[in-house]
Design a protein around this ligand. Structure first.
Ligand code: MRU
Length: 366
């Protein structure tokens, strides 16, 4: 995807120094485009924890490169286990993180010490390249839904999205945004309603930014506006991403997603969730009971960060001393989800639907 007309991925190896992994510092967007360097697994872990990078797929890819950085310093089993623990502990809800760490560890632990750096790098590059391809395929499948809506309505298709499940949350394309970008490429008129997504405002800062950069018509709305828009026929479909989807199709995503799904159900608006298969946690069934929900600092609720024209500044919203709770994610039960858009196709949010697309998982989910 593009920034100021130049094509970017969200993570790459520094051109003249393969010991440095670089990412876009998403804390500064949309106001400043700055590259952030990582040279150790500790720095990769901090980048994930402090949300320099965020979004389930990108967190996973960053952790994979974090293990490569660990190998550069000390490729022993002990050092790798320490780095893996550190990386996995950064954010609890997105399962792509553990998936990526386990995938790279499996590749490394059985191998001899002297080629672990190369193996780790190849693996991180592969996870990155796969993510691009997977997101492209999610887009191709999701495009079919938008095409059908356009054929039926013959007018601009209004899509509502929550948080940022765009290319900035992945390596390229995004999950929820990939069908949108591909529909726009095909010439289908699209308009996106962008939820601001308090408290960190990933919609207002990141989704609005990337849609603007790609020239996709969009309008920013407050988080509570979605229900009203749906009641008035102003939303044709909702597409969101997910941080963890259970084997029965329950979906964890940014806090507030559940309320959008309820409003969509009440107004018969299709509610789709776009996801790479690395987001499916085949070990879990009941998402409400079983998915760990990240709780973040109350400061993100009592304050807000914005651009003064020169720098990013925090201002206080609530009275000094008011306590705040900050649940990062919520779970939308499968019954509220119209369909899951994966790299292998679209299925119902159910065990049968998921197994239909991923039959190799049938044995463990029979
Ligand atoms: O807290 P964040 O910004 O990491 O949350 C991101 C989301 O909730 C996304 O919707 C989700 O990770 C899917 S990204 C393709």
């Amino acid at each position: 995807m593009k920034i100021e007309g130049n094509h970017y991925h969200t993570i790459w190896l520094k051109a003249d120094d393969p010991n440095v992994v670089q990412v876009i510092d998403q804390r500064l967007l949309p106001h400043k485009m700055e590259v952030h360097n990582m040279t150790t697994p500790e720095e990769a872990a901090s980048a994930i924890k402090d949300m320099v990078v965020r979004g389930a797929p990108l967190i996973g890819v960053t952790a994979a490169y974090g293990l490569y950085l660990a190998c550069l310093h000390d490729a022993s089993d002990e050092s790798l286990h320490t780095a893996a623990r550190l990386l996995k502990a950064t954010r609890p809800t997105a399962v792509n993180l553990a998936w990526a760490v386990d995938t790279v560890m499996q590749e490394l632990l059985g191998s001899t010490l002297n080629n672990r750096v190369e193996r780790a790098l190849n693996m991180a590059h592969k996870i990155k390249a796969d993510d691009i391809e997977i997101c492209r395929n999610i887009g191709a499948h999701g495009l079919q839904i938008i095409r059908d809506l356009y054929k039926k309505n013959q007018r601009t298709i209004n899509i509502l999205t929550h948080c940022n499940a765009g290319w900035l949350a992945t390596v390229d394309w995004g999950t929820a945004t990939s069908p949108i970008y591909q529909a726009v490429e095909e010439g289908i008129p699209i308009h996106v309603w962008v939820d601001e997504t308090r408290p960190r405002n990933q919609g207002a800062s990141l989704t609005a930014y990337e849609l603007l950069q790609q020239g996709v018509p969009h309008t920013l709305i407050v988080d509570n506006a979605g229900g009203h828009l749906m009641q008035h026929g102003m939303v044709d479909m909702v597409i969101v991403g997910t941080d963890r989807t259970t084997a029965q199709g329950d979906v964890a995503n940014k806090i507030g997603t559940y309320l959008k799904a309820l409003a969509a159900k009440d107004n018969e608006v299709p509610f789709y969730v776009a996801l790479p298969s690395s987001t499916i946690d085949w070990d879990l069934k009941d998402g409400v009971k079983e998915i760990p929900i990240e709780q973040r600092s109350g400061e993100e609720v009592t304050s807000i960060w914005g651009w003064t024209g020169e720098k990013i500044q925090k201002v206080q919203l609530s009275p000094e001393g008011t306590p705040a709770a900050n649940y990062g994610f919520d779970v939308t039960p499968a019954r509220l989800v119209t369909g899951l858009i994966t790299e292998r196709g679209i299925c119902s949010a159910s065990t049968e639907g998921l197994i239909g697309l991923f039959p190799e998982k049938a044995a463990s989910n029979g």
